[in-house]
Design a protein. Structure first.
Length: 284
């Protein structure tokens, strides 16, 4: 696989950082995760850390070196992360169960699969436009889907910090819907918390990606998000991948089978080592 990775995390105007982001890889599969702990509940940073650790553990156990079915893996791993958070809270007799939203993506054999819970987002940017985007599990997204408000009206909506689903919540989360796509050369995947995407209109996001390097683009977009958020700035996390390989063929080995030609891994370029940082929020 040949890709470029960039990660940026900032505390914003919060007292602590409850975001957690990481990437992990084998010779055949790449895992990307962003979790945004919910500060409206006890231990949001704990929930984010436990969720990411649980999914990474599942990836280490099942990616040998590829995943048999990445879509099934993501759905099951997210469900196990929810159980892990609740089990930890029970074992430690915490005063409340920590909660987090999450988005996770697997890249394998030139294809990307993703799934999410809450309002942590994934964007697929191709040829200067958003080719795919997760749909937030929020009341505001429900209003947009029902045609009650437009996407522009959703920007800055007073209920924008409320979520309908999270890991650790009393109600079992229903991830997704999951999605997958064959990657094309120069595709960009952005996984991010609402502290990154919230202050940015789509036009600003797309315009910001036209810099000489992915690293420069992400740093400038993070600066813009912080500046626009001002004194109310949330924790900000973004994990970006640019696919440098050729477009995946439409025919050949089944991407979900784990079969196919081995490829050399090239992680050169604007790669930022994943770092743990402990963003606030069902009100966030």
């Amino acid at each position: 696989m040949n890709y470029t990775l960039v990660q940026e995390q900032r505390k914003g105007m919060r007292d602590s950082n409850q975001d957690y982001a990481i990437h992990d890889a084998t010779d055949e599969a790449l895992l990307l995760i962003v979790a945004d702990g919910m500060g409206g509940y006890y231990g949001g940073e704990l929930a984010a850390e436990i969720a990411v650790g649980s999914i990474c553990h599942s990836f280490g156990s099942e990616a040998r070196p590829g995943l048999a079915a990445p879509d099934v893996f993501l759905e099951n791993a997210i469900a196990r992360a929810h159980v892990a958070i609740k089990s930890y809270a029970d074992a430690q007799q915490l005063p409340d169960v920590p909660r987090t939203v999450i988005v996770a993506c697997v890249v394998q054999q030139g294809r990307a699969w993703w799934n999410h819970v809450g309002d942590a987002r994934l964007y697929l940017v191709r040829d200067g436009r958003v080719a795919a985007q997760t749909r937030d599990h929020t009341p505001v997204q429900a209003l947009v889907d029902a045609g009650d408000i437009t996407a522009d009206q959703a920007y800055g909506h007073p209920d924008s910090n409320r979520v309908l689903q999270s890991l650790g919540a009393p109600t079992e989360p229903a991830p997704g819907p999951g999605a997958s796509v064959r990657l094309q050369a120069n595709d960009i995947l952005l996984l991010c918390s609402d502290g990154f995407w919230g202050p940015l209109r789509r036009s600003q996001l797309l315009a910001g990606l036209h810099r000489p390097s992915l690293r420069q683009s992400i740093l400038e977009l993070a600066d813009t998000a912080e500046r626009r958020a001002g004194a109310h700035g949330d924790n900000l996390t973004v994990l970006a991948m640019c696919w440098n390989g050729e477009s995946a063929p439409a025919t050949g080995a089944n991407p979900s089978s784990g079969e196919g030609r081995d490829e050399a891994v090239d992680r050169s370029g604007d790669t930022v080592t994943a770092a743990r940082r402990p963003a606030t929020g069902s009100d966030r």
